[in-house]
Write a protein that binds this ligand. Structure first.
Ligand SMILES: Cc1cc2nc3c(=O)[nH]c(=O)nc-3n(C[C@H](O)[C@H](O)[C@H](O)COP(=O)(O)OP(=O)(O)OC[C@H]3O[C@@H](n4cnc5c(N)ncnc54)[C@H](O)[C@@H]3O)c2cc1C
Length: 341
């Protein structure tokens, strides 16, 4: 366990914001995390568990302790040739895309559409990450956690995680109560590719046959082309969730805006594209100082260098207001704000 004081968070958040945390504790394995929660370590409250900070907007210094799990290790837990599946577990501190690359190299299917999503394994059940028609909840078997009150272990089976769109029990009802240490995934030994997204299928076919490797490569190509690389320009991916509205609201909007993209959601509901709504309000490429809206993707807010968290948050509020005024739709943040609002 390594304890650091007065730490710059610049390299711990993908917006590249230079706030400080009073204390940061790197936890290398589950035992160290148990010791921490058992009360053997002196630390400043409150605390925050941090992965890569790729879904977080800090708006001030963090007056407390950041817990940084570095738990490693990928393990094949079980192989069932009759069912054609394998159960693989991965430590919370592993870089997500390194893990996806490992699954693809081993011929295990199910996660390839989630290639290149920034972040750590530990955050994937918290966020229920998703892309190109796949959500990680479909592959998660269980999530091993520590209860922060006393360091005891609790394993959540998939149906206990209350997964929703970029949501889970760990983000909602039980937020801050658990530290994820390992995640167990069910993967296919003879996988079928999921290419329901036309753009993905086209890219795969450009590369070659419909294999795991080619699907991963196609996802990487599309993402590199479409999204800003946080190493070059600070951002946290989609800033807002895509709103889900009932059919009558979607119908009347479609009458007013015939080119409005609509996607079927659960019975009676339609998903709209936040990026389209924001773009239609004229925000693409706009800047407020160093806080801006990405020029290719209106859903991504960026830090051109010296923006503060508060400036990015203020810009996001301006965007929300204009979408509300024009379309009557309330956008909900996907990015989590940590600090003063
Ligand atoms: C360029 C870019 C593209 C992106 N594209 C996508 C995309 O296509 N799909 C998508 O779903 N997301 C996307 N994201 C968002 C982000 O990558 C995911 O939300 C990711 O899962 C966050 O991982 P992280 O490790 O950075 O978590 P953090 O941002 O550090 O934390 C996110 C939340 O999880 C909690 N948390 C993290 N680790 C643990 C743990 N071990 N135990 C308990 N709680 C924990 C944190 O406290 C926080 O509440 C994108 C982000 C960027 C920058």
């Amino acid at each position: 366990m390594m304890i650091y004081k007065n730490v710059s968070l610049k390299k711990y958040n993908t917006f590249g914001l230079d706030y400080k945390a009073d204390c940061m504790i790197h936890l290398e394995n589950e035992q160290e995390a148990i010791e921490f929660f058992n009360g053997n370590v002196v630390w400043n409250k409150p605390f925050l568990v941090l992965g890569s900070g790729s879904n977080i907007l800090f708006t001030s210094n963090f007056k407390g302790t950041i817990l940084y799990p570095e738990i490693s290790g990928i393990k094949i837990e079980d192989k069932d040739l009759n069912k054609g599946e394998v159960i693989v577990s991965a430590g919370a501190g592993i870089n997500w895309d390194d893990f996806v690359a490992w699954t693809v190299d081993n011929g295990f299917g199910g996660l390839e559409n989630l290639s290149l999503i920034p972040g750590k394994v530990g955050a994937t059940p918290v966020q229920n990450i998703g892309a190109y028609g796949v959500e990680v909840k479909d592959q998660i078997v269980s999530v091993r956690t520590l209860i922060v009150n006393d360091g005891s272990i609790r394993v959540f089976e998939n149906n206990e995680c209350e997964f929703g769109y970029r949501n889970s029990i760990f983000k909602r009802r039980e937020k801050g109560r658990y530290l994820v240490t390992r995640v167990y995934y069910r993967l296919a030994i003879n996988p079928q590719m999921n290419l329901i997204y036309d753009s993905l299928k086209e890219e795969v076919n450009k590369i070659g046959t419909e294999t795991l490797q080619n699907t991963r490569q196609a996802v990487i190509n599309i993402r590199r082309n479409k999204l800003p690389d946080p190493e070059i320009i600070g951002n946290a991916g989609s800033f807002f969730k895509n709103p889900v509205v009932n059919k009558s609201v979607a119908g009347s909007l479609k009458n007013r805006y015939p080119d409005l993209p609509v996607y079927p959601d659960q019975e009676g509901y339609i998903k709209l594209a936040s990026g389209w709504l924001i773009d239609r309000c004229g925000w693409k490429g706009k800047r407020r100082g160093d806080a801006g809206v990405h020029e290719k993707q209106a859903l991504v807010l960026v830090n051109y260098g010296k923006a503060t968290g508060k400036e990015i948050l203020d810009l996001s509020e301006e965007i929300k207001e204009s979408v509300r005024d024009k379309f009557g739709i309330d956008l909900e943040r996907e990015v989590e704000v940590v600090g003063a609002i």
